[in-house]
Structure formats: C-alpha cells, structure tokens
Design a protein around this ligand. Structure first.
Ligand code: URA
Length: 204
C-alpha cells in the first residue's frame, strides 16, 4: 500500500505537490469513490482517476537479462505449443521480450514490463546496435563480405550493417564464424542477410 499522492506522482501525471492539491480539491477518485484525504493508501490493483483521467495501473517494474536457450520462442503464446521465453522467468508481473530471437537462436534477451524502456530500445531512431555471431554454411568470400558491408536490400528496405567481421574460417567443415552488428529489428533479418549472399546460418 502506498500514499495516493505518491502513486499519482510516480505515474508521471504530475508532481507530488500538485497531486496533493488535486486530492484536496476533490479531483481524485479511487475505484470510483472521491478521495480528499492526503493519508489515503492505495495498492496496485486500485483504479485511480485524476481530473477525469484514469492512470495506468502501477506495477513493479522488472528487468531481466536472459541468456536465451535454443528451443524457446519470443512470444507470449504459441499456437504450435512450443515453449516460450517467459516460462523461464519466475514472476507474477506480465513481462515480455524486448525484440525477438528466433526459436533456434541463443543469447542475450531483455525482458521487462517497462513499456517505456522497451519502446526506447526498439525504436530504430535510437540507433541501438545489436551484435550477433553467426556460424555459416560455407566460407564467406571477400566479394560476399563487401556486398554485406555495403548493405543489402531485404524485403524492399536496405539494411547496412554497422560492422561485419569474419572471426574464423574452418576449411575442414567448410564453415565460418562471422560477427555482424545491425541497428534493425526486423524478423529473421540476420538469416535473410546471409541468405542473400548464399549462406545459410547454422547457429546464431
Ligand atoms: N535475426 C535472425 O535472423 N534471427 C534472430 O534470432 C535474430 C536476428
């Protein structure tokens, strides 16, 4: 339970001092009931209306950095009944992944219920770089490397990686490891980039 004026201020609606004035002036309702006392305590399930505006229910903000294993999808449910990443986290909050990693991709995934942070991280104008290490079938030629570096049109939109680096070539298995950094957040974008220079991704 928290004091009403604090909850209003934490929602970002206004300052705590202004919230106190609004309460005293009869502008605040909790679950449809007028509240004019500053001592009123509320909890996260209460519906708070200030000057006719209903505030988003306040919940505890949670942030997780998950090393996503293979065999999980980044979705809130799956019609095929596959396992979902949120099953790996023990919380009562409604958290969701920021961006997506494919079912067979492993690595760092951020999960949160903080919609504001999720929007900031995912919005392309914020230029957040994501780095992937891909194991490719076949060895990337210098010509293919430069095609990637110059950028490739995927589904009508050009994607220019921030960085492409061949980390390792293994002639015996005819594979190579490539590090690639991009700011895009499109589905399967890394697999599509490599597919367009004729390499399939064995591991990401
Ligand atoms: N691009 C892909 O192709 N797969 C991922 O999991 C992430 C980016």
């Amino acid at each position: 339970m928290e004091r009403l004026q604090k909850v209003i201020a934490n929602s970002g609606y206004t300052s705590r001092r202004k919230a106190e004035e609004l309460i005293k002036n009869g502008q605040v309702y909790v679950n449809g009931k007028l509240k004019t006392e500053l001592g009123t305590k509320v909890n996260t399930s209460d519906e708070i209306t200030v000057e006719g505006v209903t505030l988003n229910k306040v919940s505890n903000k949670e942030y997780y950095l998950l090393n996503k294993p293979r065999g999980y999808i980044c979705s809130l449910d799956d019609e095929k009944g596959r396992k979902i990443v949120t099953e790996l986290i023990d919380t009562k909050e409604r958290i969701y992944p920021v961006g997506r990693l494919d079912y067979d991709t492993t690595g760092l995934l951020i999960l949160t219920n903080d919609g504001n942070l999720a929007n900031i991280l995912m919005h392309p104008s914020n230029d957040i770089t994501k780095t992937y290490i891909a194991k490719l079938e076949g060895i990337l030629t210098m010509e293919e490397y430069f095609r990637l570096k110059d950028g490739i049109v995927i589904d009508g939109v050009k994607c220019v990686p921030k960085k492409v680096k061949i980390r390792k070539k293994t002639l015996e298995t005819n594979t190579c490891m490539v590090e690639i950094s991009i700011v895009e957040g499109r589905n399967h974008i890394i697999k599509k980039l490599f597919a367009s220079v004729n390499h399939s991704v064995i591991k990401l």
